[in-house]
Ligand binder design. Structure first.
Ligand SMILES: C[C@H](O)[C@@H](O)[C@@H](O)[C@H](O)C(=O)O
Ligand SMILES: [Mg+2]
Length: 367
């Protein structure tokens, strides 16, 4: 039960200089600084109940979100979520059907994940090799590689990663909307020899019929289309599903406004028999979406077939309740809430432009 009245709302512009290491880079975003407009809603409840929310951006976008959230306007151009009180199983009082065997399975083995952290587009081949070796050692069996800027580079990097992981492990490719429709089919066909399970965001995320055409053209090659990280409401997902435009559906905990909007998409995916493989990463997206995908398994899909959740190995240390990954799986969070709360110290240090981290960077640039 939520008690108390809202007494205060604060919005802070928190940015992490991930672009310095090329982390998060892809064919469309070459130098992202993973960032968030971080919102805290306080209440006058005696137990200090508060809600924390993030809008994920790539840096400059936070300025737009920051002013919008101060005006109380809903999010569009970026990923945003704010939760007051409990979520998911930790909510306890919510009446959902829980399948006990599935709950047991998740508690013991966790929810399967894949890693994107080895193969950002801005990483050198050496870095890719090093990170891939480490990931294999840690037990990862599913890998995503960024593609789409230069075909020869893609061929070289995909060959490198496929040779390292061997023929059995799963490889996905992500073009981050770089191509038009015929180009997507042509380019992906050339990468087919590296046996990707899916091509992600092959074209503009708004082009539903384009995605349908790409899906149809790539089906004979055994390559599915994955999309959804930019889909901002359930209607877009409904149309993608109705048009047979995707074979893997990627909800994003923040892009879709509210837990409820996400749940309606999980239900539609179940109806259409399409596996949900959430988008995560950025800052805080893994923390949030793990709740939704574990709920999906326990109470909606009941299946792990062709399903996995993205994992990106950055910035978890800034969260009060960071994700726990074991044997390449998300172990279910046991704390109440949506795991959204950041450590105050991290927020202060990374506040833009006056936090310690940014001041130091600015001083270094001036020298
Ligand atoms: C700019 C970002 O890092 C994106 O490249 C990233 O979210 C990506 O699309 C992904 O699927 O992980
Ligand atoms: Mg992507």
């Amino acid at each position: 039960m939520v008690r108390g009245r809202i007494s205060r709302l604060s919005v802070r512009d928190v940015r992490f200089p991930t672009s310095l290491g090329g982390h998060g880079s892809d064919a469309m975003h070459t130098d992202p600084d993973y960032s968030a407009a971080y919102v805290v809603i306080e209440t006058d409840a005696e137990d200090g109940l508060k809600g924390c929310g993030i809008t994920f951006t790539l840096g400059k976008g936070t300025e737009v979100d920051w002013s919008r959230e101060r005006c109380g306007a809903p999010g569009h151009g970026s990923h945003s979520e704010c939760a007051v009180g409990p979520v998911g199983k930790a909510g306890g009082e919510a009446s959902v059907e829980v399948t006990c065997g599935h709950e047991e399975q998740i508690l013991t083995h966790g929810y399967p994940a894949y890693t994107t952290s080895c193969a950002w587009l801005g990483y050198s081949d050496d870095t890719l090799r090093q990170l891939c070796t480490a990931a294999l050692k840690d037990g990862w069996t599913r890998f995503k590689v960024k593609v789409g800027a230069d075909l020869q580079d893609d061929m070289r990097r995909c060959r490198l990663i496929r040779d390292m992981i061997g023929p059995e492990k799963i490889l996905m490719m992500d073009a981050n909307q770089r191509w038009d429709v015929p180009e997507a089919v042509e380019w992906t066909s050339k990468l087919a020899e590296f046996k990707p399970l899916w091509i992600e965001e092959p074209t503009s995320p708004d082009d539903i019929l384009g995605h349908a055409a790409i899906s149809k053209a790539l089906a004979p090659l055994g390559i599915g289309v994955a999309t959804g990280e930019q889909c901002h409401n359930r209607v877009i997902f409904k149309q993608l599903l109705q048009a047979n435009a995707l074979q893997f559906l990627q909800i994003d905990s923040c892009r879709l406004g509210s837990v409820n909007e996400n749940l309606s998409v999980l239900l539609m995916a179940k109806k259409f028999g399409i596996p949900v493989c959430p988008h995560a990463g950025g800052v805080g997206l893994c923390e949030l979406v793990q709740h939704l995908i574990i709920f999906d398994y326990i109470s909606v899909s009941g299946s792990l077939k062709n399903r996995m959740c993205e994992y990106v190995d950055h910035l978890h240390e800034h969260f009060k309740y960071p994700v726990i990954i074991r044997r390449a799986s998300y172990m279910p969070p046991k704390d109440a809430g949506y795991s959204t709360e950041m450590k105050e110290d991290s927020v202060e240090k990374h506040q833009y432009p006056d936090g310690e981290v940014w001041k130091k960077l600015q001083a270094a640039q001036e020298n």
